[in-house]
Design a protein around this ligand. Sequence first.
Ligand code: GLN
Length: 508
Amino acid sequence: MNSDLHTLGAAGLARAMAAGRVSSVEITQALLARIRAHEELGVFLALQPERALAEAAQADAARARGQAGPLTGVPVAHKDIFVTDFARTGLPSTAGSKMLAGYASPFDATVVARLGPGEAGRGPGAGMVTLGKLNCDEFAMGSSNENSAFGPVRNPWDRQRVPGGSSGGSAAAVAARLVPAATGTDTGGSIRQPASLCGVTGIKPTYGVCSRYGMVAFASSLDQAGPLARSAEDCALLLSAMSGFDERDATSAQRPAQDYARLMQQAREGASAARPLAGLRIGLPREFFPAALAGDVDGAVRAALAELEGLGATLLDVSLPRTELSIPVYYIIAPAEASSNLSRFDGVKFGHRAARYADLEDMYKKTRAEGFGPEVQRRIMIGTYVLSHGYYDAYYLQAQKLRRMIADDFQACFKSCDLIAGPVAPTVAWKMGEQGDDPVKAYLADIFTLPASLAGLPGMSLPAGLGAHDMPVGLQLIGNYFDEGTLLHAAHALQQATDFHTRAPAGF
Ligand code: GLN
């Protein structure tokens, strides 16, 4: 049994523990051995095996006392954009940046606390075992994980190819079965796109569903946390545990935590066992299927859509006319917010400080020039520019107006459909280094994930089979605000009927 523990997802591991077949300590040991055997993937930035085993022993003891929840003792790893209490975990919090190398956070992010030990004075957490911190693009800026200051992550389906980004470590760790589930964050696609490129399932909930407290800020009006796992069922379990109102995040949605596993199972009116999605209307925006879309991606996405149709869903044509504009809009708003958020890294309050400098101004300049990588510096410059006097109206204000119109376009679609579907990324994972230093090329590839981010809508990526070079293709489903239940229900129905999500890369 212990030799194939890695093949079980989060729910499967929980069931095996509940049945007394295996302990959390045994699971943790097995996964730590796999993580050590696959260091070549560059997935982990920090591990604390001893502390993980101690947490697992605590989880086993809780289970023995009859105090186990649905995720107690299941291992998880966190994107290194979430801060972890250094005194508790021994894990630094770097955001993939030299600026924060070795940074010891004095507290846990809300998401980390809720999945793990719970929040002091606010009740217990889910009791998951924290294995370590996962590599990501620096400050979550990127789509290939090549912007990490600590080296790239390799895609387990082909080690010469990128895993996507910015949650590349999270997606690769789940795809390589080093962890059953991981946390990620999505500002403009960073959960959905790496999930797609690595063939795993990921959900970015409605903006405000997960607390941003303790998430290193990139673009605060867009940043959202979410899980990456091997199935919609596992995502539902994690999302239930990590979400819910948090008074420490001013934009946290004032709604109680939902039981997404129950919503996922809830039968739809008029549905039957053979047609669980009867009555579900799925809109296909014509802008999501442009003539230039890669044929393999188009084919895999349409095959998955045909499966959804076979399960009773109705497909209809809709339009999101401002899809293309989401690229300039996002690449004005996100850098603008980043330039403000990243001003805190000045060599005084956090992290890196230049060793030698003449005066205070020189210290700021040298610290920031040394601490930030090229993509982060580029975004700070763009952001500062678009916010500057004289350009604010021309760029930032216009972008804000368009953002509202993009959100309105979605609401027009949701008058006739329940979900919206399309590809996640225009191609399968590309070769490392292929984008060279052409950032615009990378920006353009975000076209299908940016619209839902700008609108604040929930979106999922689901494995939809393999495309060119036998690399995974993802199907994107987008729901209306706070309708994660319908998203997860459709995704679960698809995964009950198909095996796209159970395929693993060769050798894993
Ligand atoms: N690829 C996008 C960017 O580089 C999205 C990143 C994200 O969602 N964090 O900004």
